[in-house]
Design a protein around this ligand. Structure first.
Ligand code: FAD
Ligand code: NAD
Length: 156
């Protein structure tokens, strides 16, 4: 099966966009991810999927914790930046919760301890047990067919 056909088909599933964060010895690391889902209410569990080439993979394995910042529509640039699509290095003013960095002005922030993990092909699935969360009422950033969207306008 062709890789591009797979990406085109998977891109039909419209999602929000998150930035996953963790820290090692107080040093933050972030990466953009749309592979995120809610898993369980009791206990409260969420799931993320991290590619084998992402630096984030070894960092979550080492720290045993991660946070998910669900992005608002104004945070498209943050998504591009943490996907490595903006090449300049920036100083990010993270908010710190339970020694874990999160992005300020996000729609929701969810801080987790790693509850379980599973290597699945070229990705690792991390189930996180939610230790802290907060949310706001802003509009979400959306991602569909490889393009950023919002509820008002369609485009990239
Ligand atoms: P890097 O590529 O090194 O870091 C990403 C960027 O963030 C770099 O510019 C880096 O300088 C910057 N950065 C990181 N930490 C800091 C910090 N503390 N201070 C300042 N700058 C910092 N990949 C997946 O594995 N799973 C997914 O679900 C997924 N979904 C995606 C969804 C979208 C919409 C997009 C665009 C990409 C997605 N990716 C996903 C791809 C992933 O975002 C990139 O491959 C990413 O570059 C991997 O990050 P990394 O951990 O290797 O770190
Ligand atoms: P795209 O058109 O490559 O993505 C469309 C959809 O395909 C995504 O929403 C995802 O469901 C799937 N997909 C893409 N790459 C994948 C991968 N390596 N493993 C599993 N599923 C994948 O989107 P784009 O804007 O061209 O992406 C920019 C970069 O970010 C690309 O390098 C892409 O591979 C990567 N990305 C990775 C994932 C992921 O690992 N889950 C998700 C989205 C984008």
């Amino acid at each position: 099966m062709d890789d591009q056909a797979f990406r085109i088909a998977m891109g039909k599933f419209a999602t929000g966009v998150t930035v996953i964060t963790t820290s090692i010895d107080g040093e933050a690391h972030g990466m953009t991810a749309n592979a995120f889902m809610s898993v369980s209410l009791n206990p409260k569990l969420v799931l993320i999927s991290i590619g084998e080439k992402a630096k984030m993979l070894s960092k979550i394995k080492e720290s045993g914790k991660f946070a998910v910042s669900i992005l608002a529509e104004e945070q498209k640039e943050m998504s591009m930046y943490f996907a490595g699509q903006i090449k300049e290095q920036r100083e990010i003013d993270f908010e710190w919760i339970n020694d874990t960095p999160v992005l300020r002005s996000s729609l929701a922030t969810i801080v987790c301890d790693v509850y379980d993990s599973l290597v699945a092909g070229d990705h690792t699935l991390f189930v996180g047990e939610v230790k802290y969360l907060a949310s706001s009422d802003a509009e979400p950033l959306l991602f569909s067919a490889g393009k950023y969207r919002n509820f008002e306008k369609v485009g990239s």
